[in-house]
Design a protein around this ligand. Sequence first.
Ligand code: NAP
Length: 453
Amino acid sequence: MHINPIYWRYAGTAINFQLEMNFYNRSTNRKEIAYVDYHQKHGRLGDAANVDQGQFGVPAFVVRCDDAQNIPPNASRRANRRKIIMKQTLTIPETFLGVGYTKDRGGLPLEAVRVPVPRPRADQVLIRVAASSLNPLEYKLADLNFFGRTPPVILGLDLSGIVVATGSAVRGVAVGDAVVAMADLNGNGGWVAEGGGEGGYALAREFLTVPKPESLSFLSAAALPMCFLSAFASLYGTVQAGDTVYIPGGGGGVGHLAVQMAARVLRAGLVISSGSTPQSTALARQSGAHYVFDYKRDDIAAEILKLTGGRGADLVFDATYSEPGFVGTAKTVRQGGSWIVLGVGPGKTTRVVETLSPVDSILAERGARHVNVNLLRYFSEPATLDDEAKAFLQRGLALAMEWAVQGLVVPHVVRTIDSTVEAINAGLQSLKSGSGTLGKVAVIVDRDLAEGG
Ligand SMILES: NC(=O)c1ccc[n+]([C@@H]2O[C@H](COP(=O)([O-])OP(=O)(O)OC[C@H]3O[C@@H](n4cnc5c(N)ncnc54)[C@H](OP(=O)(O)O)[C@@H]3O)[C@@H](O)[C@H]2O)c1
């Protein structure tokens, strides 16, 4: 049969070597490992000369099925005893056909654009992308190019996939590892346009790259990085056990993860949320919110006062980017409580003009804290990305994996789309219009990889 190895490790010399190949077996629908020892003829590969010429990057090996099953039981032990003299994955192409914006502030639609596959710097890994997800940040970057990048800029910043190259200082992950990562938010992502054929590649810093647990699919894993880290940076270490927490928009990408985190991990005493559709309010409830209101119909401030005996919420986490919404949610905070807003905050959400917002005076009346949490700052203000911040974000990503595996904070993938220009544009357009957004939309960048893991 023909197999397309997801990755392979090579141990030995040019004439006596063993390959450990991880591949997706379409006949059994499972990820399998084949050990092929050239010298003992347990498999048939190209001749040894090809090793020196680096031709092992050819994407398809021919292995007879019985060869692959006829693996000596001690194959892996023998492989471990040998010194691994080379680790290599599929050939890394020079370029790939990404999806992104090609004009400064050109907005949607994004286009297919051929770009060089980047090389990792010392603290970076290069990932062959299996899956990604959509985030509002991606249409905002296309609209406003607010990092002042020179297009083309490839999007698709949430990443899961296989490490195919590492920088010289990388120690925590290795070539061949299945990982989850967030690309630098002022960098390039890994969406690939249909017809490219070579896969999608993106760089991530080592501290924003963690191993993907085997029991978590590439698709679910890729739905987590940006939204999870936003919720984590806002709530972890802030919510105290027993707190009353109000998280408006508990059916959104950030919101549904934040509700789960507050309710199931941080042991908030009462979690209140909101939405405007039956689907989003249901997701907020399913995520662990004890009360969910309709922000278009209900007087939520009055409801929260009733639920808290007239006190108000200890902590509000507002990730809705809604100026009128900010005013309403600020009124729900108790005296001395905290109002945490994701992103640039009141009066600044258009990023184009600043408007006057009454939020600060509402909070001042209550003696409440106004906290801005903004992941983008780490990338636009390098001084903020110190060792402590790096360790915090890395811990966040590692906990994202742990809590997802434990079923505590699990992304709701409402839809899965292929990484085509059309599907990505349609998905981002729908996020932008705010119509029917629910949980996360996952993007399959490499079907073989994504379905194999
Ligand atoms: N700067 C940062 O660090 C950072 C990081 C991540 C995200 N963000 C930003 O945060 C925002 C949310 O991201 P996301 O991925 O969660 O987006 P999303 O999936 O589109 O979710 C938006 C949510 O907001 C809710 N909503 C809108 N107006 C509301 C209001 N007035 N009151 C209560 N809920 C309201 C929507 O509820 P219904 O659908 O029920 O109406 C929806 O659930 C985006 O603007 C994104 O760009 C910023």
